[in-house]
Design a protein around this ligand. Structure first.
Ligand code: ZN
Length: 277
């Protein structure tokens, strides 16, 4: 694996994002590798707790959409160059995006959420948009005091990232504020809202997370799986599972609209957005 490090520390499986030079932006390769690491941790009976962490200053700057200057032509419209993804949307349209994101975005996040072992995310620095889709599926989140969380994709003409945890994580009003304003939520605010379990000094983040992981790993694995399922199942009967799918479909209408208006799956040109409002 190139962008992910997977290691086992006694009963704890540790998945580390290792793409600090790109602020841990996730492209298809990172996602596939991360899924491979989650699958190994899930399959290994000796692993009782999974930790997800990231090397570098930032947890994750989100999906690697690699929108560069080349992506916008002289006419202000997209050229279609998008090296961050292997989606052949120019040939197959929205169907290609829908299928690809079903597997790599919604599918992976949902699968990791359902792994029947406790998981803990350790978050420092920026955790933006697609970054939320990495830590939200974890059962617990430990945040460094410099962590900040945001989903600014409304700025790109889309109503939120593919995995709609927002309403469940922070409640409907704060979820709307998060989406409408695109602002950062601090670690402290995230903790007050119940999105984060605890905030620790940056220097202690990994140690505190591993300490908690090892403490939880002393519990009986089946009891842990039952406890996890009890909470997740309670959310699911309240509609979490079906809401995720239906909001994913709403998300796709954002890509469809952006493609129709600007010829690109997200609105990458603010002037273009103003014109179409
Ligand atoms: Zn999308």
């Amino acid at each position: 694996m190139e962008h992910i490090i997977y290691e086992v520390d006694g009963p704890v499986g540790i998945i580390t994002l290792d793409r600090a030079e790109k602020a841990n932006a996730v492209d298809q390769q990172s996602l596939d590798e991360m899924d491979e690491a989650w699958s190994m941790a899930a399959a290994d009976r000796d692993v009782r707790v999974i930790v997800l962490k990231a090397n570098g200053k930032h947890f994750s700057s989100g999906h690697d959409i690699s929108v560069t200057d080349q992506a916008v032509g002289d006419d202000g419209k997209a050229t279609g160059d998008n090296p961050g993804t292997q989606v052949d949307w120019k040939e197959r349209g929205l169907q290609a995006i829908y299928e690809w994101e079903t597997i790599h975005y919604l599918g992976y996040s949902r699968k990791w959420r359902d792994v029947p072992k406790p998981s803990i995310a350790a978050v420092q620095g920026a955790c933006i948009a697609g970054g939320l889709m990495l830590c939200w599926p974890c059962d617990l989140i430990i945040a460094a005091d410099n962590a900040r969380f945001s989903d600014p994709v409304v700025r790109m003409g889309i109503g939120g990232v593919e995995y709609h945890g927002h309403t469940w994580e922070v409640g409907p009003r704060k979820a709307k504020e998060m989406l409408f304003t695109a602002r950062n939520f601090s670690a402290t605010e995230a903790e007050q809202l119940g999105m984060v379990n605890r905030v620790v000094p940056l220097d202690d983040l990994v140690d505190e997370t591993l300490k908690l992981a090892h403490q939880i790993a002393e519990m009986h694995p089946f009891a842990l799986a039952q406890a996890k399922r009890a909470v997740n199942q309670t959310m699911d009967v309240q509609g979490f599972y079906t809401a995720l799918q239906s909001v994913f479909d709403i998300h796709q209408t954002g890509h469809g609209n952006a493609m129709t208006v600007g010829g690109y799956p997200v609105m990458i040109n603010l002037e273009q957005m103003k014109k179409t409002n």
